[in-house]
Design a protein around this ligand. Structure first.
Ligand SMILES: C[S@@+](CC[C@H](N)C(=O)[O-])C[C@H]1O[C@@H](n2cnc3c(N)ncnc32)[C@H](O)[C@@H]1O
Ligand code: SF4
Length: 300
C-alpha cells in the first residue's frame, strides 16, 4: 500500500491495480453523466491538487523505496488539466520516480479539444502513454439521454488525436445503457464508432445503479416510450451479440471481465470474433451450460 492520503473514494481502471494512483485532481470536472455516482459525494467536488502537494507525495513515494513502474493519474478526468500542468507533473514523476515506464489517465474527449497533437506527443514522450476514454456509447441519442456531453463525432476526434500523438486508447462501452428501446441502435453505433476509431483496448461494463436510478430514468421520460426499460440478463447478452457482430476491429484487446458483467469474455478482435460470438450466443441459447457471475458476485 502506498503511503499517501487520498480523498476517497478513489476509482481506477481494473488493469491499473499494480500502479501508483497519484491523485492530481479530486472528483470529475463534468460530474453530470446520469448513470455515474462515482464522484457525487460532498467531499468529491472537483478541484485540481496544488503542484507542491503533488511533488511532496512523489518525494514520499521515492523515499519509501516502493518499486513503482506505472502511475495512474486520478481522479475522473485528470486530462482536464492544462498542458502546462500535465507537463509539470510528468517531469516531476520522471525526476522522483525514474523507473516509471507508463503513466495513464481517464480522459473525456473534450479534455483534448484545446490540446494540439504536438502537445499530446510531447506528453507521450514524457511518459503519458495510455488514455482511458469512457465513450459509453456511439449512439448520439443515448449520449444525449445520459448527459455525457459528447457525441459520436467528438469521441471519434479525440480517439483519432490520441492515436496521432502515438498514445494508446482504452475505451469503455456500457452494456444496457439505452434500455430495451435503444438497445439495437446503441450496439450498432457503438460498434461503428469503434470500427472507425480502432482503439487499442475495448472493454464493456454492464450499467448498474447501486445508488438508485431516479436521476438516470428521468431523462428517458421524454423518449417515445416514455420510460427506461432495464435489460434482462438475456437481453444484455443479445445486445452484446449485436455489438460483437458489428465490430470490425483489426487488433484490439477486448475485455468484458469487469465485476459488473455476468459473462466474462476476453480476446483479441478481430481474430477471436467468432469464438466470442459463440460464447455469447451459447449464453443466450443455453444459459445453464455457461459459467455466469451470480448477482452477489457482481459489483461496480
Ligand atoms: C471512474 S469513471 C471515469 C471515466 C471518465 N470520466 C470518462 O468519462 O471517460 C470510469 C468508467 O466507469 C464506468 N461507470 C461509471 N458509472 C457506472 C455505472 N453506474 N455503471 C457501470 N459503469 C459505470 C463508465 O464506463 C466510466 O467511463
Ligand atoms: S462517467 Fe466520467 S465524465 Fe461522466 S460523471 Fe462519471 S467520471 Fe464524470
Amino acid at each position: 500500500m502506498y503511503p499517501l492520503t487520498y480523498v476517497k473514494p478513489v476509482f481506477r481502471p481494473p488493469s491499473e491495480w499494480k500502479s501508483l494512483i497519484l491523485q492530481v485532481t479530486n472528483g470529475c470536472s463534468w460530474n453530470k453523466c446520469t448513470f455515474c455516482e462515482m464522484y457525487s459525494a460532498e467531499n468529491k467536488k472537483f478541484k485540481p491538487k496544488k503542484i507542491d502537494l503533488i511533488e511532496n507525495e512523489l518525494i514520499t513515494i521515492a523515499q519509501s523505496g516502493l518499486p513503482t513502474g506505472r502511475v495512474f493519474l486520478a481522479d475522473g478526468d485528470a486530462m482536464m488539466l492544462p498542458f502546462k500542468r500535465l507537463k509539470e507533473i510528468l517531469l516531476l514523476i520522471k525526476k522522483y520516480l525514474p523507473n516509471v515506464t507508463r503513466v495513464s489517465s481517464y480522459c473525456l474527449p473534450r479534455n483534448l479539444t484545446n490540446k494540439t497533437i504536438e502537445q499530446l506527443t510531447e506528453l507521450r514522450e514524457l511518459g503519458l502513454k495510455l488514455m482511458y476514454v469512457g465513450c459509453e456509447s456511439g449512439d448520439d441519442q443515448v449520449l444525449e439521454l445520459i448527459e455525457k456531453g459528447e457525441t459520436y463525432q467528438s469521441s471519434l476526434i479525440a480517439l483519432d488525436k490520441i492515436k496521432q500523438a502515438g498514445m494508446k486508447s482504452s475505451v469503455m462501452i456500457l452494456n444496457g445503457l439505452g434500455g430495451a428501446d435503444l438497445s439495437q441502435q446503441h450496439a450498432i453505433n457503438s460498434a461503428k464508432l469503434m470500427n472507425e476509431a480502432q482503439p487499442d483496448y475495448l472493454s464493456t461494463l454492464v450499467v448498474s445503479f447501486p445508488l438508485g436510478r431516479e436521476r438516470f430514468e428521468q431523462k428517458f421520460e421524454n423518449t417515445s416510450s416514455g420510460s427506461f426499460t432495464e435489460l434482462s440478463q438475456q437481453q444484455l447478452f443479445e445486445e452484446m451479440s449485436i455489438l460483437l457482430n458489428y465490430l470490425e476491429l483489426d487488433k484490439t484487446i477486448f475485455r468484458s471481465d469487469h465485476a459488473s458483467n455476468y459473462l466474462v469474455l476476453k480476446g483479441i478482435l478481430g481474430q477471436d470474433k467468432q469464438r466470442l460470438l459463440a460464447q455469447v450466443n451459447q449464453a443466450i441459447d443455453e444459459p445453464r451450460q455457461v459459467q455466469l457471475r451470480q448477482e452477489w458476485q457482481r459489483g461496480l
